[in-house]
Design a protein around this ligand. Structure first.
Ligand SMILES: O=C(O)CCC(=O)C(=O)O
Length: 288
């Protein structure tokens, strides 16, 4: 393991060469967390909102310049990679001050500090998506003894948009926390990357995200294909240490089970994109 700027982008260069339960879960999170549609309740984002003044943003940039790549995984081949030391333990502790509820949406709009944070992992994303990458959605997840939830195998197919405009290739409209969501053409999802920044050590007994290696590469999967992947695919539990991050393609099949030994498993989930949306559609929230 060595410096991120060298190892990660270097590896990428070398290697370049060579639903349903999720939706139910999200709705239940929305109900139980009790945030306003834009998540402005003090209990949900007070700590994020107050954390990270301008000067702190600068120190964050120097915080952990050398995130390290777990070399067992390859983003192109596997659809995910795990990095350690993306932010320092003290930074992770500061982020963990959020500490309310077990899920929250619309973080980039609701919490300026998270929008500022999104600029930091962006360095990880640029080598994959290019310099125009921007964060296009922020979600907070936690697992707790009283909220030890599970999510069935799914791909992340929806994006949040500012308003509904019916357009070719865009379908499956829904409303989450008052915000229109739509399933865009696969080409949009294929040009996105998710960074899940961990504020706690996530071990095998703590309901880690599980992924099916390589399942991102076949576009949007039918129910039958998902079943086949579940039967025959290689499952990897993403054990990410505090301050580390999982980078994954939205089309990668993922799930998570209740923790056997429930304790905090706080994650800031940031989705990055590179392109404006077509047909007058606009991303609901962005941070650059
Ligand atoms: O954090 C988890 O365990 C599940 C999150 C999830 O389902 C998602 O990001 O789509």
């Amino acid at each position: 393991m060595s410096g991120l700027s060298i190892t990660y982008s270097g590896l990428l260069a070398v290697r370049e060469r060579r639903r349903l339960l999720a939706l139910l879960w999200v709705q239940s999170v929305n109900l139980k967390v009790g945030c306003s549609p834009h998540g402005r309740d003090a209990g949900c984002c007070g700590a994020f909102g107050n954390w990270l003044p301008e000067v702190d943003r600068e120190s964050m940039e120097n915080d952990c310049p050398t995130g390290s790549l777990d070399e067992r995984f390859d983003l192109n081949r596997d659809g995910f990679v795990i990095l350690t030391d993306v932010v320092s333990a003290s930074r992770a502790d500061a982020l963990a001050g959020l500490g309310a509820g077990y899920g929250m949406r619309n973080l980039l709009r609701a919490c300026p500090a998270v929008a500022a944070l999104a600029a930091h992992p962006k360095a990880l994303v640029v080598s994959v998506l290019g310099a125009d990458a921007f964060a296009a959605r922020g979600i907070y997840f936690d697992k707790l003894p009283g909220a030890n939830w599970e999510v069935a195998w799914h791909q992340d197919l929806s994006i949040a948009v500012a308003e509904r405009i019916d357009a070719p290739g865009f379908g499956g409209w829904s409303i989450k926390r008052g915000v229109p969501h739509v399933q865009p053409p696969v080409a949009v999802l294929e040009r996105m990357l998710t960074v899940r920044l961990h504020m706690d050590d996530c071990a095998a007994d703590n309901g880690p995200l599980r992924v099916l290696r390589g399942s991102h590469a076949q576009g949007r999967l039918t129910d039958e294909q998902i079943e086949r992947w579940k039967q025959t695919g290689e499952e990897v539990a993403c054990l990410v240490p505090k301050g580390g991050a999982l980078l994954m393609r939205p089309l990668l099949l993922h799930a998570s089970a209740p923790a056997e030994n429930p304790r905090h498993r706080r994650v800031i989930h940031l989705e990055y994109a590179t392109d404006p949306l077509p047909h007058g559609l606009r991303w609901f929230e962005t941070a650059r």
